[in-house]
Design a protein around this ligand. Sequence first.
Ligand code: C5P
Length: 218
Amino acid sequence: PERCVVAVDGPSGSGKSTVSRRLATAIDGIYLDTGAMYRAITWAVLQSGADLSDVDTVVKIAMETDLSIGTDPQAPHFEANGVDVDAAIRGPEVTGAVSAVAAIPQVRAMLVQFQQDIISGAPRIVVEGRDIASVVAPNADLKVYLTASAAARAQRRSAEDATDVVATEADLARRDQLDSSRAADPLRQASDATTLDTTGMGIDEVVTQLLSMLNSKV
Ligand code: C5P
């Protein structure tokens, strides 16, 4: 397709990132990891030493953070205030704090605007997150909601990070709970999204299925 926007939402560990990057490459498009944007802002907040419960200060730091967002699906690279944060945003401190920062409406409003600007400037783009089909790109050409069993999600995540599978499952459950219960743009399935349960499916199989869905729409 000459132009297309694909929205990929779902809980942590559903395979969104791997699948979205592969799909973006397949359509010769760019890739937007909105979770990494929330993570980079959270990194800057933690770096400042601000108290996470002090919402006004967190918002102020978020507004002042200079984000550089990589959109190359082969190697998305992120900087916050000129610092390479690719490794730090995946660490336990950021992972532990990101859902609290992402629950703040002003932080979301700022990042959603930023995301929409990137989307409108791109001919073909795959955007992954929690609220893409419902809030960020309601007019997306294809909306997919990826799920997998809690055990499968924990297994994939702990294989990626070499962490303990039981602790990982508990952390995923904790973030899913926070992300689905917050008042501002919670994780939920858009009514017009297609759900794909990837438990037991390989990446190639998922990507092939999404490509054929996209081809039937655009
Ligand atoms: O996808 P990832 O696990 O990197 O996202 C990290 C966190 O960022 C999520 O747990 C969620 O709190 C937040 N997030 C969000 N909205 C998005 C993407 C991520 O609230 N569109």
